[in-house]
Design a protein around this ligand. Sequence first.
Ligand SMILES: Cc1cc2nc3c(=O)[nH]c(=O)nc-3n(C[C@H](O)[C@H](O)[C@H](O)COP(=O)(O)O)c2cc1C
Length: 158
Amino acid sequence: MGHEITILIGTMTGTAELVSDELRGVLEAAGYHVVIEPMDDLTERVFSRDSTFLICTSTYGQGDVPDNAQAFFSCLEDTRPDLSHVQYGMIALGDRTYKTTYCGGGRRFDALLGELGATRLGDPLMHDASSGTLPEDVAAEWVKLWAGTWLAREAEVA
Ligand SMILES: Cc1cc2nc3c(=O)[nH]c(=O)nc-3n(C[C@H](O)[C@H](O)[C@H](O)COP(=O)(O)O)c2cc1C
């Protein structure tokens, strides 16, 4: 079995799920083992997997995480687990017409995971729903580069 990548999905209307399905195809073709976990019902225990994580979340409300991610986010805020062993990539979905809250859901996760000691691999991908591009296409290209840069390098060092 190849290196495991767990994709954690925060979504309201399914776009992040669609993106994750596309990522699965790309990553499996590159030899990775992919696990997809919608954030509903997750707790900090998900981070005990021997895995690299991809957070794929949209944004709602005042730059908030979507409903299915609220309990997981609060759980991390409340239990404040030590995530210094965790490495993750970030895919934030949003819409620039929301200006100051653009991709706020992903930004909030990124800030919290950083506070808890996790290490982000590479720059976040932020997708703008009003850009005229399809998030699944943009994410598929981004993840090839992300995995090639961060995971391949890790495998060389290991
Ligand atoms: C009611 C509503 C509120 C939204 N609020 C924001 C926001 O504050 N900031 C942002 O960047 N995008 C916002 N968006 C855009 C969504 O995050 C974006 O369309 C995303 O691709 C939806 O992904 P999902 O289908 O996985 O939930 C909002 C969309 C809706 C419908």
